[in-house]
Design a protein around this ligand. Structure first.
Ligand code: ADP
Ligand code: TRP
Length: 320
């Protein structure tokens, strides 16, 4: 069974990325042959500084490895190191109905948020389909927001197979039900686009400040509070132990503890949860060549797999 997922290097990774995509992907690396990549071609639709793109790729590589991606188990590589994926994207685009892409939320959302309405942004799901199909992927673990793209991928693969005969493996999404939508500091979905993120490896002082500035209602300290309506509790559940969560829930219900105190507990639990990863990250930062080598080896392996699929695909459609 091949498991595949990708993440865009379009900014610093946050706690939503961790629980929605990275942690499930890391857990799955023991269950099959995992392929994980950094989607730099995709990021070009929104990141326009070459310097920033290079830095982001490096950061994502280091952060993902620090969080537990194990290159001995999973093949870890940069999307653009397998340029055949751009070729497959074109071939797939010739079977992709316009209507399928016109229905996609992400293009509408991104242009509404001010991103330039380019063909790349519009055709983004076709490249994503190519990412998945080129490695004959069976399982694709992602967050809820990518569900539509996986449906599009399946439709495109079926179209291709219908036109040219059985060539592509039809993948299955694995949408994380728990933590599929981690809330941001303002209660909306945590996302870099909303400027409401808690970075995985944020600076200590700045992160404490961010957590302390979570907006709460004005219930006085002594009054009971509703734990089911609090972002503080929602985030705490992700990073604290069961006992700690129960204590916080009881303190909410019983009253006598203020929001400031709850925020302090949230910061401590967050800081402690990511501590071992922070330490591993320091080691990786000190050895950039090691990280380069991991990506290089990953690319070699990914490219080998991609080459086999491309041979099949080219033959099927008459390019070869
Ligand atoms: P962002 O919204 O910050 O731009 P991306 O779209 O780059 O994040 O998401 C990368 C991965 O992380 C995707 O698989 C996505 O589903 C997951 N993800 C992003 N934000 C969240 C969140 N708030 N909760 C759960 N998963 C998330
Ligand atoms: N579109 C995904 C995101 O924004 C990233 C991505 C690109 C991806 N290609 C992929 C995810 C293939 C899974 C499989 O998060």
């Amino acid at each position: 069974m091949r498991i595949l997922s990708g993440i865009q290097p379009s900014g610093r990774l946050h706690v939503g990325n961790y629980f929605g995509m990275m942690d499930p992907a890391i857990r799955l690396q023991d269950d099959g042959e995992a392929f994980y990549f950094i989607a730099d071609y995709h990021s070009l639709t929104t990141v326009h500084s070459p310097q920033e793109l290079r830095e982001n790729v490096r950061n994502v590589a280091v952060d993902f490895l620090a969080c537990g991606l194990d290159p001995a188990k999973a093949t870890f590589f940069r999307q653009s190191d397998v340029p055949e994926v751009a070729e497959l994207s074109w071939l797939l685009s010739t079977v992709t109905p316009m209507g399928l892409l016109e229905r996609c939320h992400s293009y509408k959302d991104k242009t509404a948020r001010g991103h330039e309405a380019t063909h790349g942004l519009f055709a983004y799901p076709v490249l994503m389909a190519a990412d998945i199909l080129i490695y004959d992927s069976h399982i694709v673990p992602v967050g809820e927001d990518q569900k539509q793209h996986l449906e599009v991928t399946r439709d495109i693969a079926l179209k291709f197979n219908n036109r040219f005969g059985d060539t592509l493996v039809i993948p299955k999404p694995k949408i994380r039900e728990v933590n599929a939508k981690v809330p941001g500091l303002d209660g909306q979905k945590m996302s870099k686009s909303y400027n409401n993120t808690l970075e995985i490896f944020g600076d200590e002082k700045a992160t404490r400040k961010k957590i302390m500035s979570i907006i709460t209602d004005s219930t006085p300290v002594e009054e009971p509070k509703d734990p089911s309506a609090s972002i503080i509790v929602d985030l705490y559940r992700l990073v604290a132990s069961k006992e700690q969560v129960t204590t916080m829930e009881n303190d909410f219900k019983n009253g006598g503890v203020g929001y400031g105190d709850f925020k302090k507990r949230l910061f401590s639990a967050y800081w402690e949860f990511f501590m071992p990863m922070r330490e591993r990250r320091e080691e990786l930062l000190a050895d950039p060549e090691h990280v380069d080598e991991i990506l290089k080896q990953g690319a070699l392996k990914a490219r080998e797999t991609a080459a086999k699929t491309m041979e099949r695909v080219r033959k099927a459609c008459g390019i070869q």
